[in-house]
Design a protein around this ligand. Structure first.
Ligand code: HPA
Ligand code: ZN
Length: 344
C-alpha cells in the first residue's frame, strides 16, 4: 500500500530532544530585540543575516551564533524567544520538548542566570498549560570554557533544580574532550541531575566512549561518528543508548557533504536508538518537521523506519514512566491505522 509519508510526517505526534533555544533566534527577532535593547548588530538587514549563514564547520557557526545571542538581555527576551519556538512546535504537533540553554553565553555578558531561566521557564510552563506540550530543560556547559567556569555555573543552577533536570555539554568539540569535565559531571550527578553530552559530531568516537564512561551520560547528542568504531556501535545498540541526531545541522556544518550520504538510516537499521532532531533550526534551515521530511526524502526512509524513529524518541525522553507510556500510546495510536492497513 502506498502511504503519503509527507502527510503522515506532518501530522504525527513528535518529540524534540536536541534543540538549543538560542538556536531558534530567527533573524527577524534578532533585529527586533537589537532595536529594543539598543544592541548594534554587524548586519544591516534580515537578508544580510541569512546570507551570512554559510558555514564551513562547527566553529564558523558558533562564532555567528554567540554573536547573535548578544541581543538577548532581559527576561522578556528569553520568554519571547521560547514562546515563539513553542508556538511553532504547537503548529507542528510536537508533544514534548527537551531543550538546551547555554547560561554561560549570557552570564559571560553580564546577564544574570535567573533572568535567563525565569524567562525560558515561564514560556515552557505556559505551553504545558495551554497546549499540553510537556518539557524538560537541559543546562549545557560550554566546553571551550574552563571546567571551573562550568562548576560555577552548576552551583548557580542548584537553586533551580526543580526546573532543570539535566546537564549537558556543547560548543567546540575539537580539543575539548568530555573528560575535561569529569569533576563537574560527578558533582552534577551527585546533585541528582541526569547527564548528556554532545560527542562524535566532529570529534572522534573516543569522545563518545569518554562521555559514556567518564560522564556517565544517558544520551549522546549527535554521535554520528560512532559509525567508525564497531565495538562502540555494538555497545550503543546493546544498551539502547539514544543518539539525538540532527540531519540538517550535520549537512550545514559539513559533517556530511549531502543529506543523501547521511548515516542515520544505517545506524537505525543496525538497531541503535536513533532519533531525529533540529539542533539550531533558525541557522540550519528547518525545525523538526523539516528535518524529518528532508531526511525521509533524501534517504528514502519507509513508514516502518519513521515509526521506529518516533518510538525511539519517546523511549529516549526523560519523562517519568507513566508519562512515557502515555506518549508512546499516543504515538502508536496515530500509526496503528497505517500499519494495520485500514487507511489508504
Ligand atoms: N554543537 C556544539 N555546540 C552547539 C551546537 C552544536 O551542534 N549547537 C549549539 N551549540
Ligand atoms: Zn547541539
Amino acid at each position: 500500500m502506498v502511504h503519503n509519508l509527507e502527510s503522515i510526517i506532518r501530522r504525527m505526534p513528535k518529540v524534540e530532544l536536541h534543540l538549543h533555544i538560542e538556536g531558534t533566534l530567527e533573524p527577524e527577532m534578532m533585529f527586533a530585540m537589537a532595536t529594543r535593547n539598543g544592541v548594534k548588530l554587524p548586519y544591516h538587514s534580515v537578508d544580510e543575516v541569512r546570507a551570512a549563514y554559510q558555514f564551513s564547520d562547527l566553529q564558523s557557526f558558533l562564532d555567528i551564533y554567540y554573536a547573535g545571542a548578544a541581543v538577548l538581555q532581559k527576561e522578556q527576551d528569553f520568554y519571547d524567544l521560547t514562546r515563539a519556538y513553542l508556538q511553532k512546535m504547537q503548529d507542528e504537533n510536537v508533544r514534548h520538548v527537551e531543550i538546551f540553554f547555554d547560561p554561560q553565553t549570557h552570564t559571560g555578558r553580564g546577564v544574570e542566570f535567573d533572568v535567563v531561566v525565569n524567562g525560558i521557564h515561564r514560556a515552557l510552563e505556559e505551553a504545558r498549560r495551554e497546549w499540553g506540550i510537556s518539557s524538560r530543560l537541559i543546562l549545557s556547559f560550554l566546553r571551550h570554557l574552563s571546567a571551573e567556569s562550568a562548576m560555577n555555573t552548576l552551583h548557580q543552577a542548584l537553586l533551580f533544580k526543580n526546573w532543570i533536570t539535566t546537564v549537558g555539554l556543547d560548543s567546540s568539540e575539537d580539543g575539548h574532550p568530555p573528560e575535561k569535565f569529569l569533576e563537574v559531571f560527578n558533582a552534577a550527578r551527585k546533585e541528582g541531575f541526569i547527564t548528556v553530552a554532545h560527542a562524535g559530531e566532529e570529534g572522534p568516537p573516543d569522545y563518545i566512549w569518554q562521555a559514556l564512561n567518564h560522564l556517565q551520560v544517558s544520551r549522546i547528542d549527535h554521535g554520528v561518528r560512532a559509525m567508525e568504531d564497531s565495538a562502540l556501535l555494538e555497545h550503543l545498540g546493546k544498551f539502547q543508548i539514544p543518539l539525538t541526531v540532527c540531519p540538517l545541522s550535520n549537512v550545514k556544518l559539513r559533517v556530511f557533504n549531502d543529506l543523501r550520504n547521511h548515516n542515520l538510516g544505517t545506524l537505525l537499521d543496525k538497531g541503535l536508538c536513533v532519533t531525529i532532531n533540529s539542533d539550531d533550526p533558525a541557522y540550519f534551515g528547518g525545525y523538526i518537521t523539516e528535518n524529518f521530511l528532508q531526511t525521509q526524502s533524501a534517504l528514502g526512509l519507509n513508514l516502518k523506519q519513521i515509526v521506529r524513529l518516533s518510538q525511539n524518541a519517546v523511549q529516549a525522553t526523560f519523562l517519568d514512566p507513566i508519562e512515557k507510556t502515555a506518549l508512546l500510546d499516543e504515538v502508536n495510536c496515530f500509526f496503528d491505522p497505517y500499519i494495520s492497513g485500514s487507511v489508504h
